[in-house]
Design a protein around this ligand. Structure first.
Ligand SMILES: Cc1cc2nc3c(=O)[nH]c(=O)nc-3n(C[C@H](O)[C@H](O)[C@H](O)COP(=O)(O)O)c2cc1C
Length: 333
């Protein structure tokens, strides 16, 4: 047992040669998730400047808005940053054109088939990472030639897989079967959470909810305040017939549940959801009628802080947690 702990500590101390930091050219294998309405250039550049990878969430941006954010991000940091491309986005081709035009070095694709764009992006020298929620999709992404996958568990905020596989389960299952680097997402907000994911086999972590509650996030202040007051059990993965999404249990969520209790059809659910709910809730701060997407780990997030401080705290706790492995805390006969 002691031998295993010693080797483990040595491995994690030598983190300078981590697969994700090398692949993406960053200091820490800590990635701020692309998040609609929450992750513009201010958040992305703050995370990059603190040593992580910041991602601009293009899923809520018109092409001209994305262009502005990419240009501002390039001014705000000289570090690599990424753009998240949810592939269900209607103007996807225009977004790709901008990414190529401005030589964005890294793209995180999600919500779609990685085959469509991976080879085009890679032929331009762009690193491509794809988000998955199951082993089947991880293998498909690897076959499509992506450089790494993000495996996102059931705990995560935002749109999610239908199978409800938790991060704790998903990471070792995928790790066992794929050869490319693996990034864990869902339920990670602290250094201890990060270390746990790395022990399970992740090469890096993607953190979403914790960065929603950052000063630089473009989320409305009302939404940020709600996030830091969300208790455990305060979110639920719902609307599975449309696109599964984890929501805070506000009035809009209650309307959805009421519709379910009356056996609402898919069309009725679509009408109830309507258009622009996510913007209304997360960007405009309508806590009653808006859609409020956040992960289960919100129950651990109690303060809004600068993004750079969040990176610093996660990394310092991560190293502290490794040190505690050397003490007797985890040893028993
Ligand atoms: C408010 C919010 C918006 C999100 N939007 C997106 C998105 O546009 N594209 C995407 O791939 N994932 C999106 N996600 C998922 C995150 O990228 C990330 O994988 C997830 O937040 C990780 O789990 P955590 O919230 O427990 O940290 C979103 C998550 C949140 C909380």
């Amino acid at each position: 047992m002691e031998f295993i702990i010693r080797n483990f500590v040595i491995t994690f101390r030598c983190m300078n040669h981590n697969k994700i930091t090398e692949l993406l050219g960053i200091r820490y294998p800590l990635i701020q998730a692309g998040m609609i309405w929450c992750s513009g250039y201010k958040l992305a550049s703050a995370v990059c400047n603190a040593g992580g990878l910041g991602i601009i969430g293009s899923g809520s941006m018109y092409p001209e808005v994305l262009e502005e954010h990419v240009l501002k991000c390039q001014k705000a940091t000289n570090k690599p940053f990424a753009v998240n491309l949810p592939m269900i986005y209607p103007d996807l081709e225009k977004h790709v054109e901008l990414i190529l035009k401005y030589k964005v070095p890294i793209v995180f694709t999600s919500a779609g088939n990685p085959k469509t764009w991976t080879s085009i992006l890679k032929s331009e020298g762009i690193k491509v990472v794809h988000v998955v929620s199951s082993l089947k999709f991880a293998l498909k992404a690897q076959d499509a030639g992506v450089d790494a996958v993000v495996a996102e568990g059931f705990e995560a905020g935002g749109h999610n897989g239908i199978d409800e596989t938790t991060t704790l389960t998903l990471i070792p299952i995928i790790k066992k079967e794929i050869q490319i680097p693996l990034i864990a997402a869902g339920g990670i907000a602290t250094g201890r959470g990060m270390l746990a994911a790395m022990v399970l086999g992740a090469d890096g972590v993607q953190v979403g909810s914790r960065f929603v509650a950052s000063e630089e996030s473009s989320a409305h202040q009302n939404f940020k305040n709600t996030v830091i007051n969300t208790e455990d059990g305060g979110t639920h993965l719902t609307l599975k017939e449309l696109t599964p999404v984890r929501l805070i249990k506000n009035d809009f969520y209650k309307k959805v549940q009421e519709a379910y209790s009356k056996d609402a059809s898919v069309d009725e659910l679509k009408i109830l959801l309507g258009r622009g709910r996510a913007k209304k809730g997360m960007f405009e701060g309508d806590l009653v009628e808006g859609e409020l997407e956040i992960g289960q780990i919100a129950a651990l997030i109690r303060e809004i802080k600068p993004a750079g401080k969040i990176v610093e705290e996660i990394m310092s706790e991560y190293h502290q947690a490794i040190k505690s492995l050397e003490m007797n805390q985890y040893k028993f006969e």
